[in-house]
Design a protein around this ligand. Structure first.
Ligand SMILES: O=c1ccn([C@H]2C[C@H](O)[C@@H](COP(=O)(O)OP(=O)(O)OP(=O)(O)O)O2)c(=O)[nH]1
Ligand SMILES: [Mg+2]
Length: 149
C-alpha cells in the first residue's frame, strides 16, 4: 500500500520513514525536538514527529502506540494511551509523550519515541432494531460472566 507522506523536518531527510525489519508492523516515529526534553514524573507533552501522512481511504487508520522498551523500562507511554489517526487527517503526526514512572526521563532529539501501525477499518452503517435477529449463547453477559478459571 502506498501512502502520501510529507517530511516536515529536514533532519528526517536522512532517516526517511521505513520499517526496521521486513516483518515489522510498526514504523518508528522520532521526536523532532530542538533540544532534549525532560519529562518529570507524571508529566506529559505533545512531541512533533516531523511527518504528515494522508491515508485518504476511510478503509484505513493509523494507530500510534508506545514502544515496548520505552514503556516497560522507563514508563514512557502515551498521554492518550493510543493515538488514532483518521484517514482524512493531513496535519503533522503528534505524539503525546507521558512519563507514567516515578523517575524523570529525558527524550533526546530524533530519538525513536513511538510507533505507527496502519490498520484496516470498517466504517459501519447502523440500522436501529428493537431486538437482535438471533440470540447468542453469551447474550447480555459480560465482565467476567464466563467465570474466572
Ligand atoms: O496521538 C495522536 C492522536 C491524534 N492525532 C491527530 C490525528 C487525528 O486524526 C486527529 C484527531 O484525533 P482524535 O479524533 O483522536 O482527537 P479529538 O480530540 O477527537 O479531536 P477532533 O475533534 O479533531 O477529532 O489528531 C495525532 O496526531 N496524534
Ligand atoms: Mg475526533
Amino acid at each position: 500500500m502506498k501512502i502520501d507522506v510529507k517530511i516536515m523536518d529536514a533532519r528526517l531527510a536522512a532517516q526517511l520513514p521505513a520499517y526496521a525489519t521486513p516483518g515489522s508492523a510498526g514504523l518508528d516515529l522520532r521526536a523532532c525536538l530542538d533540544a532534549p526534553l525532560t519529562l518529570q514524573p507524571n508529566a506529559w507533552q505533545l512531541v512533533p514527529t516531523g511527518l504528515a501522512i494522508h491515508l485518504c481511504d476511510p478503509g484505513y487508520a493509523g494507530l500510534i502506540l508506545p514502544r515496548s522498551g520505552l514503556g516497560h523500562k522507563h514508563g514512557i507511554v502515551l498521554g492518550n494511551l493510543v493515538g488514532l489517526i483518521d484517514s482524512d487527517y493531513q496535519g503533522q503526526l503528534m505524539v503525546s509523550a507521558w512519563n507514567r514512572s516515578s523517575v524523570a526521563f529525558t527524550i533526546e532529539p530524533m530519538e525513536r519515541l513511538a510507533q505507527l501501525v496502519i490498520v484496516p477499518v470498517v466504517q459501519a452503517q447502523f440500522q436501529v432494531v428493537q431486538d437482535f435477529a438471533t440470540e447468542t449463547v453469551r447474550g447480555e453477559g459480560g465482565y467476567g460472566s464466563t467465570g474466572t478459571a
